[in-house]
Write a protein that binds this ligand. Structure first.
Ligand code: BGC
Length: 245
């Protein structure tokens, strides 16, 4: 099967690479451009178009979005401009790029990629993937089947939105030590375990390449906690996979 271009729109950067969806491998070095601010639909669409043009891409493309997406339409946009709400992102990005694009939630994409090619391979029962980055994204699986748009980054911990306390962004902006931040992640994971009783929790997102810094500091749960293995490429791979599903 021909490669598919995967594009991952984040609160900080927009990344893209062609993906061999049979193996989950990137077939060219990934390109990254900064997310424009304000991150309005037209500004982000222009960045997506630039990435498509950088690769000279004319084939299929999958795109992740950091918010709830149903049937290609954006329903929430916690970390991008509110003018995204109710926008048909497949239409917008399709027009901007001249391609047919599929759009889905970023954490769902990352989770699907980890289940197929990464830390979730062969895992049954309830698996929870959490991405800790600009926000907190979640992807919930039962026997490998995704329940989309779960948005567990927005449950409340101590009266605050969880992602405001325990995202990688919170660690950076509040200049928290790894130990202090791990305490916040602990409180969040305790709550998720109480709600869902997963067998496995996969930690991905921007933080996953530094898992040695904080995973050993987390308190044990009944669930196994493992780092994502596709690291920050999971969104790109999952975006491309979504086109074939
Ligand atoms: C959004 C989610 C997204 C996550 C990670 C949250 O603020 O609500 O949809 O998956 O950030 O980008």
């Amino acid at each position: 099967m021909a490669d598919i271009l995967g594009i991952d729109i984040g609160g900080t950067g927009v990344k893209a690479a062609p993906v061999d969806v049979a193996t989950g491998r990137l077939t060219a070095e990934r390109a990254k451009l900064a997310t424009p601010h304000p991150a309005t639909p037209d500004a982000v669409a222009a960045v997506v178009r630039d990435l498509v043009n950088d690769f000279g891409w004319t084939g299929q493309a999958g795109v992740t979005f950091p918010g709830v997406v149903t049937s290609g339409v954006v329903r929430t946009a916690a970390n991008l401009d509110p003018s995204w709400l109710h926008m048909d992102a497949e239409d917008l990005l399709g027009t901007a790029t001249g391609l047919t694009v599929k759009v889905l939630n970023d954490a769902d994409a990352a989770g699907v990629a980890e289940m197929k090619f990464g830390a979730g391979v062969g895992e049954r029962g309830t698996v929870l993937m959490l991405t800790l980055g600009t926000g907190i994204g979640s992807a919930l699986f039962y026997d490998g089947i995704l329940v989309p748009n779960t948005e567990f980054g927005h449950i409340e911990i101590g009266g605050k939105d969880a992602e405001k306390r325990a995202s990688e962004h919170a660690r950076e902006t509040e200049d928290l030590s790894w130990g202090k931040w791990a305490g916040r992640v602990d409180a969040y994971l305790d709550k998720m375990e109480a709600l869902l009783s997963p067998e496995l929790i996969i930690i991905g997102g921007g933080i996953s390449k530094r898992s040695d810094k904080f995973l050993p500091k987390l308190s044990p749960l009944r669930a196994r906690i493992v780092p994502a293995t596709l690291l920050n490429d999971a969104g790109i791979v999952g975006a491309a996979m979504a086109v074939t599903q």
